[in-house]
Design a protein around this ligand. Structure first.
Ligand SMILES: [Zn+2]
Length: 431
């Protein structure tokens, strides 16, 4: 055989293998995003021969990424097709939501199913080391409940603050943080090293709604969330998270809405969140404090459009109108306490919105409450990790760097290493 034909044959082999690995990555993402799926549905989605899909599935099943279940009932006429699911496989993703009032954490199966959840009060000191300690304790409590043979893919963390592309928390007014490398603090507390990604909480809310909530399949989405004290925003443009030049896009809570308004936590006057945030709603309803669950309970007991909330409802509509005028989105998703507020003040808000939004833009935009609710940031954290790994630097199944729960407990951690930069939903990782 000539060296030319040897080279040609080896290139064919390499191309075949790289195509097979690419198909494995696409298959994991398809099952994660759309599963559980019948094998017939998966074959149609992948546009591959049934035998090729069978081979790829066998490989994913052998490493515990997916489970193929025999059908229990006939889904269509003809031979029933086995069901492919990722959530009952071995791979687990952790997520945490760090707010000014409380911290929550969740363990997910690949496929986006939340398997367990834990929550604790944010330390009153708001000291980053203390917050990292409580967050790591919550995460380790979740890991303790996982089967030893489970494989951990990583941790996605949402923080109520301005987070740069390098994943440093540049400014978190309600935590009093400036330039906090939270991933490093968390990593130092964990028993073994894991992939950790950090992003703004509202960016993760937007990602969650786009992948699993009311914004699935919608190209241009504005997510406005309000938790604990602050209002933040996340943007999806043309189906992709938009983070701006420095990664800080979407600080909607600090949009100036009344130059003579109240002093905001950020130090400026008249920010949008001083008019529509939890503290303002609690004060208007004379609740004494702005505890999220108390505000939710109070809103649930109100009749629609109570006069007391006219001002809050009007400012909610005016702010959304300004944003829609600038962004021309298809959908505005209201999360956190705004999910509970909007149905109560809907008439007032919609009326202010229709007065202030330009007709051509308002015709295209729909305002809806969040479909996921209070765990949107955790769901987004899981999605960020999955995207990081499968859309990011990993090119082959063997390179997917997981850590077994048994190994984690002994401090062994991952086998390999990765590094790059990015943001929610974009290929990236941070070790
Ligand atoms: Zn402000």
């Amino acid at each position: 055989m000539s060296s030319d034909s040897k080279r040609a044959r080896s290139t064919v082999g390499t191309n075949h293998e790289s195509m097979r690995q690419r198909n494995l990555m696409v298959m994991i993402q398809t099952i994660h995003a759309e599963g559980p799926l019948s094998r017939a549905e998966l074959t149609a989605r992948m546009q591959l021969a049934a035998s090729t899909v069978g081979d790829l599935l066998s490989e994913l099943e052998s490493v515990g990424f997916v489970v193929v279940e025999e059908p229990t009932r006939r889904r269509t006429a003809g031979r029933p097709s086995p069901l492919v699911r990722a959530d009952s496989g071995r791979v687990r993703v952790l997520a945490a939501d760090v707010g000014g009032d409380h911290i929550s954490a969740g363990a997910f199966g690949l496929g986006g199913t939340m398997l367990s959840r834990a929550q604790a009060a944010t330390p009153r000191s708001h000291d980053p080391e203390d917050v990292a300690r409580v967050t790591s304790e919550l995460l380790e409590r979740l890991v303790a409940d996982l089967a030893p043979e489970s494989e951990l893919l990583g941790i996605g963390v949402g923080v109520a603050g301005v987070v740069g592309k390098d994943e440093t928390v540049r400014f978190a007014p309600h935590l009093g943080w400036h330039d906090v490398a939270f991933a490093d603090l968390l990593r130092a507390r964990l028993t073994a090293p894991l992939l950790i990604r950090v992003a703004n909480d509202a960016d993760l809310g937007a990602l969650a709604e786009h992948r699993r909530g009311v914004a699935v399949g919608v190209a241009n989405v504005l997510y406005v969330g309000c938790d604990d004290f602050g209002v933040g925003g996340g943007l999806i443009f043309n189906g992709v998270p938009y983070r701006g030049a420095g990664g800080f896009a979407g600080e909607l809570g600090h949009m100036l809405i009344d130059p003579h308004g109240r002093r905001c936590q950020c130090g400026r006057d008249g920010c949008w969140e001083t008019e529509i945030g939890l503290a303002r709603v609690a004060e208007t309803l004379e609740l004494g404090d702005s505890d999220l669950s108390r505000v939710r309970q109070a809103l649930a007991n109100l009749d629609e459009n109570p006069p007391a909330l006219d001002r809050v409802g009007t400012y909610l509509g005016l702010g959304i109108a300004s944003l829609v005028n600038i962004l021309n989105v298809d959908l505005v998703v209201l999360g956190g306490s705004l999910r509970d507020l909007y149905p109560v003040v809907k008439r007032t808000t919609d009326s202010a919105f229709s007065r202030a939004a330009l007709p051509a833009l308002q015709e295209l935009a729909t305002i809806v409450p969040s479909g996921i609710g209070s765990d949107a940031v955790l769901v987004g954290g899981c999605e960020m990790v999955v995207s990081s790994v499968f859309e990011g630097p990993v090119r082959a199944l063997a390179d997917v760097d997981t850590c077994s729960v048994a190994g984690y407990r002994t401090g062994v951690g991952h086998g390999g290493s990765r590094s790059s930069e990015g943001g929610p939903g974009q290929g990236a990782s941070s070790r």
